[in-house]
Design a protein around this ligand. Sequence first.
Ligand code: MEV
Length: 284
Amino acid sequence: MKASAPGKLMLFGEHAVVYGHPSIVTAVSERLYVETSKSNCLPKDTRFVDAAIKLWGQEGMNVSTQCSFSGVYGFGSSSAVTVATLKLLKPDVDNKTLFDAAYKIVLDIQKTGSGFDVAAAVYGGTMYYVKNQTIEPLRTLPIPLIVGYTGVKSNTVDIVNSVAKKREQYKEKVDRIFQSIGKIVEDAKSKLVEGDWERVGKCMDFNQEYLRDLGVSSEKLEALIKAAKSAGAYGAKLSGAGGGDCMIALGPPEKRAAVEAAIDGAGGEVVCVTATAPGVRIEP
Ligand code: MEV
């Protein structure tokens, strides 16, 4: 038997979401597959699979994994592998129980994380997410998303910790940034649902300014964002922890090729994914 779960991209609200503010996340069309296996073809990092087997499997059980996306993009392969393995072990589990179990495993291992990536892997689609509070699916038209990888793998846990340190030193200032990001997320939510891509792009630009203020952007991310916008994107921002990984942009269909060429020309790698992919499932 085989199960799969999608990767994710954060559209709005990264970092602030760790402190209880809202975010918007989408599941991407690239997936991670897990199947029961007699061989020992285990993933490189076995901690998540081991914890899932310990929780709902039997001792001595093996699973093999196969990922249609590179682990360097920051698409959330740890959460996807945890969710897919648990689903494989209990195919009839309801999504809420699956989410709770997978989020606990991810938190036990990583010690930090808002759980938005687990929610994307379980439920799929595009959703409004508030930690420990809300998972609200959003109905949108197809999102004209363009994704560029910086070529730099970032360490989420380190960056989240560095933001926490900054907040300890400058609590008022950082909390004000988080609140402002939260307001942008609310605005982006309604514009997304209306399909007002120009305004959603503007929200991306405003969100990026605050992420820059938090100190989580990088020269490479800025170069790709600038290139995308010069080529006609409605807006662009980093996606995820920052420091590297991917940037995202929204662009009208007639500008897509130009925006992709600009990202490529600025030294990025265009990653071909679509948004709003289905959540975890047992594969036929
Ligand atoms: C990382 O992809 C997104 C962060 O908000 C961390 C998290 O939500 O767990 C920085």
